[in-house]
Write a protein that binds this ligand. Structure first.
Ligand SMILES: N[C@@H](CCC(=O)N[C@@H](CS)C(=O)NCC(=O)O)C(=O)O
Length: 237
């Protein structure tokens, strides 16, 4: 399903290593929207041309029929609201307000309670890393696990991705794949999640296998860049 009429002209300014920009990639693909991609090199200062598009200098930025939107959560919500689909009900549909509230609560919980701890684990080393990884597992078990009891396999019993997965999928890719790389996340995070948060484990594994989540994902490249970033931050301490 999508909105009727002329398809929108969309350009996405993105970087394939950015989890926030990745949200827009998932939304666009799930909605079946055609779009042009402009890769912004985050390794160099933003050009004046890009700063005219997004004065904050961040990716993503979405040009939708000549209007620019920024901030990934807002971009996804705008796309979902403009193109009613399986991703989320409209506020006017039966059950829509409640589904939207539940998705908002889930995403808010994931980012405020879980994702806010992520960088701390990446930066830690030795025993502290294990300990902080254990805290992430415990927080997921306490805060996220109860919200996924009816996942089938996706949020709220949906058999297709919803906006909940659009907003979290790129972060789940990192959570589940970084333990493969020495120095990023300890392997205990995976065994801990499987044992203590089985609904989350099943859900996250299903999400990270979806084509719309993985089509721009270059695990090795992102892991290597993240290792470099962490090493730089720790050297600057
Ligand atoms: N709150 C922003 C965060 C976007 C963001 O942090 N993007 C990073 C890349 S992941 C960026 O553009 N950084 C600019 C830079 O590294 O100079 C959003 O959700 O869109």
């Amino acid at each position: 399903m999508g909105s009727v009429g002329t398809p929108p002209k969309i350009t996405l300014y993105t970087s394939h290593s950015c989890p926030w920009a990745h949200r827009s990639q998932i939304a666009l693909r799930e909605l079946g929207l055609e779009f042009e991609t402009v890769i912004v090199d985050l390794g160099v200062p933003r050009t004046p041309e890009y700063l005219a598009i997004n004065p904050r200098g961040l990716v993503p930025a979405l040009d939708y029929n000549g209007t620019v939107l920024t901030e990934s959560a807002i971009v996804s919500q705008f796309l979902v609201d403009s193109h009613p689909s399986h991703l989320e009900k409209t506020s006017f549909e039966e059950g829509g307000p409640l589904q939207r509230a539940r998705i908002n609560f889930f995403v808010d919980t994931y980012f405020n309670k879980v994702n806010s701890l992520f960088f701390g684990v990446l930066k830690a080393s030795g025993e502290a890393k294990e300990k902080e990884a254990g805290t992430i597992v415990d927080v997921i078990a306490k805060e996220i696990e109860p919200l996924l009891q009816d996942a089938a396999p996706f949020f709220g019993g949906s058999n297709r991705l919803t906006l909940a997965e659009v907003q979290t999928g790129s972060f789940l890719l990192r959570l589940l794949s970084f333990p493969k790389y020495d120095g990023l996340l300890p392997k205990s995070i995976l065994t801990g999640l499987e044992a203590k948060a089985p609904a989350f484990w099943k859900w996250a594994n299903a999400v990270t296998q979806e084509k719309s989540v993985t089509y721009i994902w270059n695990e090795k490249n992102v892991a290597e860049r993240t290792l470099e970033r962490v090493a730089k931050l720790n050297a600057a301490k």
